[in-house]
Design a protein around this ligand. Sequence first.
Ligand code: ME8
Length: 533
Amino acid sequence: MTAVQNPGKSYYVSTPIYYVNDRPHLGHAYTTVAGDVLTRWHRQRGERVWYLTGTDEHGQKIMRTAEANGVSPQEWCDKLVEEAWKPLWEHLEIANDDFIRTTEDRHTARVQEFVQDLYDKGEIYQGGYEGPYCVGCEEYKAPGELLDGEGEFAGQKICAIHKKPVEMLKEENYFFKLSEYGPKLLELYAANPDFIQPESARNEVVRFVEQGLQDLSISRSTFDWGVQIPWDPKHVIYVWVDALLNYATAVGYGSDQEKFESTFPADVHLVGKDILRFHAVIWPAMLMANGLPLPKRVVANGWLMVGGEKMSKSNLTGIAPQDLTEHFGVDAYRYYFLRAIPFGTDGSFSWEDFSARYTSELANDFGNLASRVAAMVGKYFDGVLPEAKASGPAEEALAAGLAKAVAESDDKIGEKLDFAGGIAAIFEFVKQVNGYLTEQEPWKVAKDESPEGQARLATILYAAAESLRGVAVLLNAVMPRVSGLLWDSLGAEPVLGALADQRIGEAGTWGTLPAGVTVTKGEILFPRLEEKK
Ligand code: ME8
């Protein structure tokens, strides 16, 4: 088991802070659920953890949306954050430690200080720029990155991500000397092969930086919805510089040194691959320029696709998570996307695939197992978990299977962010437990009323319940509510304490659930889908 490397510092994980021009969709929830599973896992390793999410509220995109809706940008953001974003994270059982909004004073004041510091150090200069700008990306584009528009956009250049025309912008701006950081960034990537994950994302960034970086325009003067440049208030700070700094301001940068030092830098910045360059190039360069420590890893998830297109708000392909949780429940929702799509690759969502996995993996393999074991302890032992007095090789194999599931899932989920692989390792064990019951046939052994027969029956049911104890601990990060139901049905809480306090490192210790606990057949973990309609 991996030891806590720096007990003084929290394991710090962030999501992107999302634009509040619209409501959240499956794509946003995908990254946020992944971060939640990762941080719950590390909490169960006994580490101090800090999980941050929030919203990106400045820039032209938000300003235009607010205008189109006839309200001020601040009113728009307040409404969306309170009515859509925060409630969704609560609904999906996201256990974030903080929620940062870039319009909060605790953020804006510190952003100004950071940029002023860079200016004082000579890292920022005044200049002019003209080029194509995508408001969807909030980014100037290189002409080579653009596509030729078709149909209604024929004759225009369009953004490859948003598929909307770019606008030619010409401005007198302030620039950050990003071009000077190319060699240092390449050194950083070379010295830390895991800095950018997955490998394909890393290679893309390395190629991009090797081609040579341009200085970065960090201010805008044609609109005012943003944080003012302190020495020249006609300008607002470029929304991406403002946004990236949330990772520092939210954990005490410039305001709470003790918290800052015990949290910063991030261990994992989770991002979609669309915003990888901002996090793997601009962000570390900004930190280097100001002498601050660099994040450990930037991990890019792939895109959830609908009909071959990246799911997005602007293409109207964004599906609301509630449409799925209503049908499948929150736990299955959290499970499905991480189980079905290897983290880092693109994946398509389909109702058929979700339904098939729900029924075979969750309802049949896992849910039925839990209810059968509880029913048999009820039937044969009046709901009191018996002692295992006649263990043999079959039980040893089960204990070994659990230990293997613990080790594999800890490495894959906790270290490699291979959620699909980690969950598969846990479900491999669930399958083993099902196989064990099929082979041992406790319902037949029950008919043997001799002391040996009864001892064997007790041993089988103990082993099955003890296996489920391990499964509940391992699945808690992915499916906290259902794992809690299982924990309750095993009568574990009164003797072992809260499920969230169970340590991953001890989950494989066979014999942890004491005989004598009250096992009850509680709520069905995964009700049949037809019944829900
Ligand atoms: O980019 N598949 O915010 P944003 C997978 N404000 N993940 C997806 C996705 C999809 N189809 N669509 C969105 C911004 N995401 C900036 C971030 S951070 C300092 C500033 C997820 O609202 C994914 O994590 O456009 C992606 O990077 C993020 O949402 C973009 O959210």
